[in-house]
Ligand binder design. Structure first.
Ligand code: GRF
Length: 236
């Protein structure tokens, strides 16, 4: 099977991108590598992550161009790097149909809520204000409507008494860092079939066991940092 080559689009902190790179380094993710990071923000921490892991990167700002022109440049770069799967990881722009059509079922996003609840920005704040007792995170294929594509993986996370947006966001982020890689591995292993809104996951018991065993390596790595109070790990 050809290696799944990721093209990551990120605007800021890049902790999901970092977790994916850690999962590659720890051999949790198999048959997956990162081809390029594209950011729209020259100040993005994600650039430091890319440098650390030796992932080529490009900073592309839209400037005065219209969206399609901007995305044509992004597309060109993704092609130059042989990207087979686009990963939106905190990319703060709405992707237009141009790019979505070019990466139909080959573009994923992570959202910090249990979709279809709390779409759009500030999902954790919306969940708190609504008073839900359980929220979480969702990895989905990207479709033309924002945060509405077919759902691949979801993870529930409890809301606790006294939570702030910060504490809830951190609790969710721990699981974002796990489930994004799981969704990528399922895709890379050809375990996902999309029919309309539904994603059929064809992972048998042996796949699940194998994933659990490998994922343990990442969880241990994550827990070490969590003991020091770090959900976003230092880049080292
Ligand atoms: C994450 O909470 C993700 O769910 C949302 O944007 C945030 C990005 O964080 N789409 P990071 O840049 O990956 O640290």
């Amino acid at each position: 099977m050809a290696k799944e080559r990721l093209g990551i689009l990120a605007s800021g902190r890049g902790s999901n991108f970092q977790a994916i790179m850690e999962n590659i380094e720890l051999n949790v993710l198999e048959n997956v590598d990162a081809g390029v990071l594209i950011t729209d923000n020259p100040e993005a921490r994600a650039l430091e992550v890319a440098d650390h892991y030796g992932v080529p990167h490009q900073t592309i700002e839209p400037g005065e161009r219209d969206k399609e022109e901007y995305e044509k440049e992004i597309h060109e770069i993704l092609r130059e790097h042989d990207v087979s799967l686009v990963i939106l990881a905190g990319f703060m722009r709405i992707v237009s149909p141009y790019l979505i059509e070019n990466y139909d079922k080959k573009m994923m996003n992570i959202h910090p809520a249990l979709l279809p609840a709390f779409k759009g920005l500030n999902a954790q704040k919306k969940a708190l204000e609504y008073g839900v007792k359980i929220t979480g995170c969702t990895v989905h294929y990207v479709s033309k409507e924002v945060d509405s594509g077919p759902i691949i993986v979801q993870q529930a996370v409890p809301v606790k008494e006294g939570d702030t947006v910060g504490s809830l966001s951190r609790r969710i982020l721990v699981f974002e860092h796990r489930v994004y890689s799981k969704a990528i591995q399922l895709h890379a292993d050809d375990k996902l079939t999309v029919r309309g809104r539904k994603v059929k996951v064809d992972a048998d018991e042996s796949w699940k066991e194998d994933w659990k065993r490998r994922e343990k390596g990442f969880i241990e790595h994550q827990e070490k940092a969590l003991e020091e109070g770090k959900v976003v790990r230092e880049i080292k």
